[in-house]
Design a binder for this molecule. Structure first.
Ligand code: CAA
Ligand code: NAD
Length: 284
């Protein structure tokens, strides 16, 4: 497992199972597919650590929003990191932003990339379709990685011809602040975190406590920075639902993997949390 503190994957050892020859690949050019909550953060940390980054999403307006978010985040970081030297802070922001370009066509950019990190919707079919297409256009040496929260990396990699150059790189939200990246099979955090979040929803659905009280209790009693409902809204209720649906499909009897009616209803109503302005709570 890699514990990465606001650094980025600088080099990756790629070994061919056929030849068992380990090859060191230096990562310089990175494409991030999906410019939402996670993709924007991944692009930011990659650019801040000196990589050239192409951030890809489906439409220009989404990418404009992603870049604005990255700039705001960088300014917050610069304010702290360069408190004594605002000029150096501005240069850091400018330099990092200049490392990021945007594009709406992933297939047209991947040929010159060392690493492609995917951060699109948590859906195996959609991820498979994307990687199958990119596999045809990417260079031989290009490493693919998925930021999936819950899917098996092999089931995503199977859509490609590069299973030996396919990784799980699981970043955490908000990427610029969170110090962990998991790259081990069977990610740990979500296996514990998501059932906890869903148990909080069940507690609330049963009427045992209000969401506000549950949030306060976990912050004051367990020292968590956010309560479960704040975190559900922060992660995105759609992402949480997709994680739960996938696990439920694999193990229908597991009580920890039962879908939630309230979460499903909110997703159907497009109340996805902070990113859409409303989830369990409302946001300006
Ligand atoms: N970029 C840069 N700086 C940021 C930032 C960002 N995106 N988000 C927050 N900050 C900074 C703020 O500017 C603030 O800086 P100052 O101390 O200088 O004021 C600092 O971080 C603290 O922020 P806040 O005061 O706003 O709030 P906070 O103390 O609650 O911290 C938080 C915010 C870091 C997000 C914290 O609440 C936290 O750690 N929450 C839990 C997040 C978590 O559990 N993430 C995992 C989600 S699960 C997942 O990611 C996996 C999955 O697959 C679903
Ligand atoms: P999001 O909804 O914020 O962003 C997804 C982005 O992908 C959207 O901007 C969408 O337009 C774009 N997209 C969808 N299909 C695309 C395609 N074919 N080509 C290009 N762009 C496409 O979602 P997110 O929260 O950033 O999650 C992305 C991935 O990261 C998911 O697999 C999720 O499980 C995982 N993840 C999420 C979190 C979290 O806290 N939200 C944490 C870790 C991992």
């Amino acid at each position: 497992m890699a514990f990465v503190t606001r650094q980025f994957v600088r080099s990756v050892s790629s070994s061919s199972t056929a030849s068992a020859t380990a090859k060191k690949i230096v990562i310089k050019h990175v494409a991030v597919i999906g410019g939402g909550l996670m993709g924007a953060g991944i692009a930011q940390v990659a650019a801040a650590t000196g990589h050239t980054v192409v951030l890809v999403d489906q439409a220009e307006d989404i990418l404009a929003k992603s870049k604005k978010g990255i700039e705001e985040s960088l300014k917050k970081i610069a304010k702290k990191k360069f408190a004594e030297n605002p000029q150096a802070g501005s240069e850091f922001v400018e330099k990092t932003l200049s490392n990021i370009s945007t594009n709406t066509d992933a297939a047209s950019v991947v040929h010159s990339m060392d690493l492609v990190v995917e951060a699109i919707v948590e859906n195996l079919k959609v991820k498979n379709e994307l990687f199958k297409r990119l596999d045809k256009f990417a260079s031989e040496h290009t490493i693919f990685a998925s930021n999936t929260s819950s899917l098996q990396i092999t089931s995503i990699a199977n859509a490609t011809t590069r299973q030996d150059r396919f990784a799980g790189l699981h970043f955490f939200n908000p990427v610029p602040m969170m110090k962990l990246v998991e790259d081990t099979p069977g990610f740990i955090v979500n296996r514990l975190l998501v059932p906890y979040l869903m148990e909080a929803v069940r507690l609330y659905e049963r009427g045992d406590a209000s969401k506000e009280d549950i949030d306060i209790a976990m912050k004051l009693g367990a020292g968590y920075p956010m309560g479960p409902f704040e975190l559900l809204d922060y992660v995105g209720l759609d992402t949480t639902k997709f994680i739960m649906d996938g696990w439920h499909e694999m193990d229908t009897q597991n009580p920890l993997f039962q879908p939630s009616q309230s979460v499903n209803k909110m997703v159907a109503e497009k109340k996805l949390g902070k990113k859409t302005g409303e989830g369990f709570y409302k946001y300006k």
